[in-house]
Design a protein around this ligand. Structure first.
Ligand SMILES: [Zn+2]
Ligand SMILES: [Zn+2]
Length: 221
């Protein structure tokens, strides 16, 4: 099961798509190459890969697993995918440390009654904006700390629309997650200024239209 968002962007994971614990997983396809945005909790990796194939992508052609942030509902499935796929993993360095060390508190694994399976992050974002090249097209990672120290959103232009992969734009904030309210407010404003046409959220589905996206983000200010 998948949902087509643009001709190159699909939702392939999340409740109904894979398993109820999974936050949304998105696929960006450029010709025969693809990138995954987040990995879900890992409830059903076989079904996730079936959904990739449904979108016309051969799993061997998944070049990247792009991680928005370290929480287990977005990363618990990463290890199983990395073991199967020949892809490079990218995350912000401030969250990569929790994934590589298997920090069950900072990744919220303990909240879910799980343990995080640690994995290596190949590309560690450090700057405010960094670019990933997918078959000649750019996916931009933008640092938006607050919910977690190394949260990022990914931006991709497709069919003339600016698509933002926001995932946990909404929060929540909690000391266990090392959240920072001042950073969070600044990051929400930064995301609003991006003026995206489509927001692919982690838990609230796909929000379409510049006004709707702005209203959604603004509602958390
Ligand atoms: Zn989160
Ligand atoms: Zn989440």
């Amino acid at each position: 099961m998948h949902e087509k968002i643009t001709s190159e962007v699909f939702q392939i994971g999340g409740p109904y798509f894979t398993s109820n614990d999974d936050a949304a997983v998105y696929l960006v396809r450029v010709d025969d190459s693809a990138a995954l945005i987040d990995a879900g909790c890992g409830g059903d990796p076989a079904r996730l890969l079936d959904n990739v194939r449904e979108c016309g992508v051969i799993c061997e052609n998944i070049k990247y697993l792009l991680i928005t942030h370290c929480h287990i509902d977005h990363t618990g499935g990463a290890r199983a995918l990395i073991d199967i796929l020949d892809c490079r993993v990218a995350a912000h360095k401030l969250d990569a440390v929790f994934l590589e060390s298997g920090d069950n508190m900072a990744t919220a694994a303990t909240w879910y009654g799980r343990t995080i399976k640690p994995f290596k992050v190949d590309i560690k974002f450090e700057a405010a904006r960094e670019e990933i090249d997918l078959n000649g097209r750019v996916i931009t990672a933008i640092h938006v700390p607050g919910h977690s120290p190394g949260s990022v959103v990914f931006e991709f232009e497709s069919d003339g629309k600016k698509v933002l992969f926001g995932q946990d734009v909404h929060g929540p904030l909690h000391p266990v997650l090392k959240s920072d309210q001042n950073d969070y407010i600044r990051s929400l404003k930064k995301m609003m200024a991006l003026n995206a046409d489509i927001l692919c959220e982690g838990h609230f589905g796909i929000i379409r239209g510049k006004d709707e996206v702005r209203r959604f983000i603004e509602s958390y200010l």
